[in-house]
Design a protein around this ligand. Structure first.
Ligand SMILES: [Mg+2]
Length: 254
């Protein structure tokens, strides 16, 4: 029985990563007036990684990391007008329209008819709330959780708050690192819906996914059928062989 379904937002319901990729390319072009462009991407990634614990996820942290990388790579010679350009890119990103993934609206509508849904996303509170409002999907969620980090403890606390046992909780998202691994660690179901572009900080080794609670679907529209199957199979017992026949699950190590 599934009692609560949590959906990630960025690159699960609406497009996000391509916007960062495009801006990163503009940034590389801007810095090519000062430095060898080949250096830029790697240095920006390093700066972002270092800054995550201070600035968190989202556009504002990304803008600060671009400015810092620009200062570092040019030994402080980057011009004020270029810093202003970077800040403008950030503003453009925050204002850019919310583009739902194909079929996302229909999938969410169908799911909401059968399961209580919550939105569970990282990022900047103000920006994510604004994106949800503009997405037109707000009405389908019984709760919205915008969090600074998705780790096993966060998932446990969400399940406690919503009074749902791990085997009755499902997290759905595109990010293996945030939406899948910590959920499996917390003993709940995790459904991976891969997105076309993966953020460099998100890649994980395949053996980490060898878990009976791991599921993968190609598109969000396949989720309702999977959840109905999981619901029908009931809570797993040691004698149950149901899980072994799940066609959507890659082979386990057994
Ligand atoms: Mg995501």
């Amino acid at each position: 029985m599934i009692e609560l379904v949590a959906l990630d937002a960025d690159d699960t319901l609406w497009h996000n990563e391509p916007l960062f990729r495009t801006t990163q390319e503009q940034f590389r072009d801007l810095l090519s007036r000062y430095v060898e462009p080949g250096l830029v991407e790697e240095r920006l990634n390093e700066t972002e990684r270092r800054n995550l614990e201070h600035f968190g996820y989202g556009v504002k942290g990304f803008v600060l990391s671009m400015i810092e990388t620009g200062l570092d790579l040019t030994d402080g010679r980057i011009e004020g007008a270029d810093v202003r350009t970077i800040i403008e890119w950030g503003r453009d990103m925050l204002r850019s329209p919310v583009e739902l993934l194909d079929g996302a609206r229909e999938a969410v509508e169908e799911l909401a008819a059968s399961f209580p849904l919550i939105l569970l996303t990282k990022g900047d509170l103000f920006h994510q709330e604004s994106k949800l409002a503009r997405s037109g999907l707000g009405q389908y969620f019984v709760g919205v959780e915008i969090v600074s980090e998705k780790d096993a403890e966060l998932y446990r606390s969400v399940m406690r708050r919503y009074r749902v046992a791990p085997e009755r909780f499902v997290m759905v998202g595109n990010s293996l690192r945030s939406d899948i691994l910590p959920v499996l660690e917390a003993g709940a179901h995790a459904v991976h819906v891969p997105y076309a572009v993966t953020w460099v900080h998100e890649q994980v080794p395949p053996e980490a996914l060898q878990d009976a609670h791991y599921h993968e679907i190609l598109e969000l529209k396949d989720l309702a059928a999977l959840l109905r199957r999981l619901s029908a199979s009931g809570p797993r017992t040691s004698a149950s062989g149901n899980e072994a026949s799940d066609a959507d699950r890659p082979a386990t190590s057994s």
